[in-house]
Design a binder for this molecule. Structure first.
Ligand code: F0G
Length: 456
């Protein structure tokens, strides 16, 4: 295991708060055994998400000071617009306050009853915005992408054969758009190959279906292409990114990921008419088209972040950190999704705690054990998040019980990550000690955020 070399030194620090094991047992109980309900100040290492949790650079903070806060035509908008245009090549670039705001606009315009949107895998908010419009959202991930222990280079790829068959069956006129999520967050942060993007773009072109990229983690995906796809070893991350976007008609982006900022996003596209309609919706929901729900300073920070994220030393450290954790955990026999993806380590709770059945929430048992033993906060992606009930009230489990440990960008050092691995290994070695949970309160929608649970 090569050590991680953080390609930065630290100028401004934020202290961590320490708690004892006894305190954490009590805090978790008070939070109804749901880590979403714990105060962040009671978390030592927070791996709930990589979204909006990046550390900004000195250059980004400097940008915050020179942000132009003019309502219309601010200088900061044009710096942002130029940077996004350089990377994506799209003609129309529309800022939004985060990724889902861009999704809301585009799917309000293109969605509606009787429409179907297709993807390698839609992220929750994307699917949510499509379904809210009355349309349906279907995933066409390749079979290999669905097998946690299967080793392959591009487990985020779409199944182009299944996609084309579906288009022919459903009728292209009912499918307004295909979305390629890079990297595929819901599938473990797995990358999509340029060949797969190219083939999908060709299918969409043939049937006149719009092809959009969900670009949240585009730079991480480009780095994997450089590492793993033949013909790209000597291309820069910028060149690879440009090639990806050149194959698409537009994109949605949460700048809270690969733009290395705490808030922001955008919608971009080539079609002028669709862009005009998007801007009209933007004005009534987000703001004037040159700020779209953001301050000028946010636009400056995004522009600078988009430059920094293309740096290969940064991406080597970024992807390397996740790989390092994966190797360390694997060496200790801890079950996890392999190969590791771009932004998170996904523990396989089903095999980690085989004595806890899906109906007793093994992912929650593991999430809570990591908090109790180390003050680490991860997120369950399993029976609590996606489980359903049949007509008799019996639990229907999703295919996988996972715990995601998402790594914020440039925030934690190798020793922090070592501590996370050591804690996970300790929990694994004494796994028989942990018990399942039952739900005592749940909301009808997105229950994992607010559920109350009780240890069995
Ligand atoms: N698309 C993908 C692939 C995402 O991962 C996210 C957010 C969004 C869209 C929505 O962006 O949060 O800016 O509105 N993912 C976060 C996560 C929340 O924790 O994975 P947003």
């Amino acid at each position: 295991m090569a050590s991680i070399f953080e390609p930065f030194r630290i100028k401004s620090v934020e202290p961590l708060t320490f708690t004892t094991r006894e305190q954490r047992v009590q805090l978790l109980k008070e939070a109804k055994n749901n880590v979403f309900l714990i105060k962040a100040e009671h978390v030592l290492i927070d791996l709930l998400t990589d979204s909006g949790t990046s550390a900004m650079s000195a250059q980004q903070w400097a940008g915050m000071m020179v942000g132009d806060e003019s309502y219309a035509g601010a200088k900061s908008y044009f710096r942002f617009q130029e940077k996004v245009h350089q990377i994506t090549g799209f003609k129309n670039i529309i800022p939004t306050h985060q990724g889902r705001a861009a999704e809301k606009i585009i799917f309000t315009l293109l969605g509606g009853k009787g429409k179907t949107f297709v993807s390698n895998t839609f992220f929750d908010t994307t699917r949510g915005n499509i379904e809210f419009s009355g349309a349906e959202a279907l995933d066409f991930l390749t079979e290999e992408g669905k097998i946690p222990h299967h080793i392959a280079d591009f487990k985020g790829n779409i199944d182009t054969k299944a996609l084309e068959e579906y288009i022919q069956k459903r009728g292209a006129e009912n499918i307004p758009m295909c979305v390629m999520t890079i990297t595929n967050n819901s599938g473990g942060g797995q990358p999509v190959s340029l060949q797969n993007i190219r083939e999908t773009a060709a299918i969409c072109k043939k049937y006149q279906i719009l092809f959009f990229i969900d670009a949240c983690r585009f730079a991480e995906n480009a780095y994997f292409i450089k590492q793993r796809e033949k013909g790209y070893e000597n291309k820069s991350i910028l060149e690879i990114s440009q090639e990806i976007f050149s194959l698409a008609d537009g994109c949605t982006m949460s700048a809270k990921k690969d733009a290395l900022v705490n808030i922001g996003g955008f919608l971009a596209m080539n079609d002028d008419k669709l862009a005009l309609e998007s801007k009209n919706l933007l004005i009534i929901t987000e703001g004037f088209p040159t700020y779209g729900g953001l301050a000028g300073r946010d636009l400056e920070a995004i522009a600078q972040g988009l430059e920094e994220v293309l740096d290969e030393e940064y991406l080597k450290y970024r992807i390397g950190s996740i790989q390092y954790m994966g190797e360390k955990l694997k060496a200790a026999g801890v079950p996890l999704i392999l190969p590791t993806g771009g932004h998170a380590v996904y523990l396989d709770a089903k095999n980690f705690l085989p004595h806890i059945p899906a109906s007793e929430l093994p992912g929650i048992a593991l999430t809570n054990a990591l908090y109790i033993e180390g003050g680490i906060r991860g997120v369950e992606i399993g029976s609590l998040m996606f489980g359903k009930y049949d007509e008799n009230g019996n639990h229907i489990a999703p295919p996988m019980e996972l715990v995601r440990l998402a790594i914020p960008r440039r925030v934690y050092t190798q020793s922090h990550l070592d501590f996370v691995c050591d804690t996970a290994i300790k929990v694994y070695q004494q796994k028989e000690n942990y018990k399942g949970y039952k739900i005592t309160y749940e909301s009808p929608l997105l229950r994992h955020f607010t559920a109350h649970m009780e240890a069995l």
